[in-house]
Ligand binder design. Structure first.
Ligand code: TLP
Length: 345
């Protein structure tokens, strides 16, 4: 077989900085951000806060840290936070909520990783009886990772926000892929954020930056987050190099997310007749789940054909579209998956 570029569909985190982004990074003005003196970080934080209509923002190394800070800042050890059973903080953040924030998690269900407001209502404990832990924060995820990149309907966000408010709780949105939701739904980022106390989003996923996320919210909460970021070792000094990549991503990589969504749906469409492969969830954005008889074996056969995906259960595989997969990559992926499917017979 001729030398072919591998197609990496394991995650949208695998993207490499584009040449324009690297140029922006190279000429970034920097300073010591722990002293608040990195001009590029300061511009990014103001821009992110403005984009979401909030008072303040904090640039942090990862989405995991942004989520942890949100829960740390808005709860006390021994409190309970409400999350979907499929949520990222509950499943994939190394137990930080328990170990670092010291909170209990009450996990509830809902289709496609989207919290069912009525289940949220029943999960809230509002009782002065000292037997109970206080439920202080609700976390939502937009788009949902394990829900197949599903987009939160705005009325659902509103309903959950109303429950939070009625009960004196905070609402955090893990918007690691918030701009995928924005582009797919046409609902503005600030419109989603208006109902949430804090929102995080990542530059290092579909937006294509090498690292970095941001947490936005009111000034007092972000000030607390700043202190905890230092405590967790997330103060980054001349981080303007990374902030420049993030600013470049905001300027150049938001609208193009629609291309990833289109390729994800063409990918599904091109494979739907294969009897060994099923699509268990809709894929409205850039994440596609495939059910196959043996996920490890299938992923292995595809990898031999130069296409990488992630097994997420013994029978489920994830493929994620991003800016380093063009139409040629899509065609190559479809051909490899078809060919590999024959080996599953
Ligand atoms: N998700 C990664 C893996 O951790 C699974 C991926 O490849 O999808 N929230 C959501 C919804 C996420 O999907 C992720 C990353 C994070 C938070 C954490 O972001 P990072 O990796 O920057 O800590």
């Amino acid at each position: 077989m001729a030398e072919m570029q591998p197609v990496d569909l394991r995650s949208d985190t695998v993207t490499k900085p584009a040449s324009g982004m690297r140029a922006a990074m190279a000429k970034a003005e920097v300073g010591d951000d722990v002293f608040g003196e990195d001009p590029t970080v300061n511009v990014l934080q103001r821009r992110a806060a403005g984009l979401l209509g909030k008072e303040a923002a904090l640039f942090v190394p990862s989405g995991t840290m942004a989520n942890l800070l949100a829960f740390l800042c808005q709860s006390r050890p021994g409190d309970t936070v409400i999350l979907h059973a499929d949520s990222h903080p509950f499943n994939y953040e190394s137990g930080g909520l328990g170990m670092v924030a010291g909170v209990l998690t009450k996990t509830i269900l809902g289709d496609l990783g989207i919290l069912e407001p009525e289940l949220v209502r029943t999960a809230v404990v509002r009782n002065d009886d000292h037997h109970y832990s206080h439920t202080t924060v609700i976390g939502i995820e937009n788009t949902t990772n394990r829900g197949g990149g599903a987009v939160y309907p705005l009325p659902t966000v509103e309903a959950i926000a109303a429950i939070a408010k009625e009960n004196g709780m905070r609402l955090h949105c893990d918007g690691a892929r918030l701009f995928n939701a924005v582009v797919a739904s046409g609902t503005g980022a600030a419109e989603y954020a208006r109902h949430c106390d804090t929102v995080s989003f990542c530059f290092s996923k579909g937006l294509g930056a090498p690292a970095g996320s941001v947490l936005v919210g009111d000034r007092a909460t972000i000030d607390r987050a700043h202190r905890y970021r230092k405590m967790l070792g997330g103060g980054m000094r001349q981080a303007g190099v990374l902030a420049a990549a993030a600013l470049y991503a905001l300027d150049h990589h938001i609208e193009r997310l629609a291309e990833d969504h289109l390729r994800a749906s063409r990918f599904r469409e091109s494979l739907k007749d294969i009897p060994q492969v099923e699509f268990p969830l809709p894929s409205p954005t850039n994440i596609v789940f495939l059910d196959v008889p043996d996920a490890l074996a299938y992923v292995g056969h595809c990898a031999e054909r130069g296409v990488f995906m992630l097994p997420v259960s013994p029978t489920r595989v994830r493929a994620v579209f991003h800016l380093d997969v063009d139409d040629t990559g899509l065609e190559r992926a479809v051909a490899a998956l078809r060919d590999a499917a024959a080996t599953l017979r």
